[in-house]
Design a protein around this ligand. Structure first.
Ligand SMILES: NC(=O)c1ccc[n+]([C@@H]2O[C@H](COP(=O)([O-])OP(=O)(O)OC[C@H]3O[C@@H](n4cnc5c(N)ncnc54)[C@H](OP(=O)(O)O)[C@@H]3O)[C@@H](O)[C@H]2O)c1
Length: 263
């Protein structure tokens, strides 16, 4: 992406970005730091590249790790102002209902729904004490446009996340805390690039053709390309900034026009 001016509008803010070591989460962590925030990232593994932010290891599908993360944050930083629940992903097989076992459903719900619910629950008391905070839930267009043959359990877990995020926003709006959902469409991150390369390899076709096949699968993207992680990060940066002070409860698609609905 071309260089752009990043407003330094998050000075003095403490931000936690879950899954902040790769893909969309990394782009968000970097951009919030450039905007002046003190950024903490969590993931299961320390990244292979060096990391500019404070790192806390945690598997957010495990309740004991969520408690450990909360303790370390509250001890070292005294709480946070911005929580980006970015951890998630499509981890179950395609092929519809008959391919999905109880275990698949459970793992998808743990990763895409319960991880965020648990983390919000332990970090919210400090936000309530300080009467301010912003929570973002990174969902997916799949939560609004499920594709049974591709992502049934993932889409259901993201739809549940959308509903939870809206409900939480209603509960917290009068208490100074904003809650928003961001729904990316296809975004150029390691798992998405792997899907395309695997598709190309499995059919012996060029990567560009595999990409086109994927676009057709999701009904096409009017802009004809995937999002860059930095583009999702720019939206998130705006939503957590003081300029977005009156925004809460909404779900923002960032999808190159792919959702075939009137928003
Ligand atoms: N990429 C897309 O096209 C796309 C489209 C729509 C929505 N989204 C959503 O955007 C979010 C980020 O996706 P991405 O494509 O950027 O993912 P990604 O590149 O795979 O990065 C995932 C991040 O989460 C961490 N992580 C994974 N499982 C974890 C766990 N159980 N506990 C703690 N950390 C964990 C990973 O680090 P470790 O592996 O070290 O834990 C990594 O930092 C997800 O919620 C995804 O559903 C992505």
């Amino acid at each position: 992406m071309e260089n752009k001016t990043i407003y330094k509008d998050l000075q003095g803010k403490r931000a936690l970005v879950t899954g902040g070591t790769k893909g969309i989460g990394k782009a968000i962590a970097d951009q919030l730091a450039q905007a002046g925030a003190q950024v903490i990232v969590s993931a299961r593994n320390y990244p292979v590249d060096t990391l500019a932010h404070h790192f806390i290891a945690a598997d957010l599908t495990r309740p004991d790790h969520v408690s450990k993360l909360e303790q370390e944050i509250n001890e070292k930083f005294g709480g946070i102002d911005i929580l980006i629940n970015n951890v998630g992903g499509l981890t179950t097989p395609s092929g519809g209902f008959s391919t999905l076992t109880d275990q698949h459903w459970e793992s998808e719900l743990q990763l895409n729904l319960l991880a965020a619910i648990r983390l919000d629950r332990v970090l919210l008391p400090k936000m309530l004490d300080q009467k301010s905070g912003v929570i973002i839930h990174i969902s997916s267009v799949a939560g609004r446009q499920p594709l049974w043959h591709l992502n049934m359990a993932y889409a259901v877990s993201k739809a549940a996340l959308n509903s939870y995020s809206k409900t939480l926003s209603s509960e917290l709006a009068s208490k100074g805390i904003r809650v928003l959902t961001v729904s990316p469409g296809a975004t150029k991150t390691p798992p998405m690039e792997k899907v395309i390369h695997d598709l190309a390899a499995s059919q012996g076709i060029p990567v560009d053709d595999a990409f086109q096949q994927l676009l057709n699968h999701v009904g096409g993207i009017p802009m004809g390309r995937m999002a860059e992680p930095e583009e999702v990060a720019s939206l998130v940066h705006f939503l957590v900034s003081p300029a977005a002070a009156y925004l809460t409860g909404a779900n923002y698609a960032i999808d190159g026009g792919s959702l075939p609905v009137v928003n």
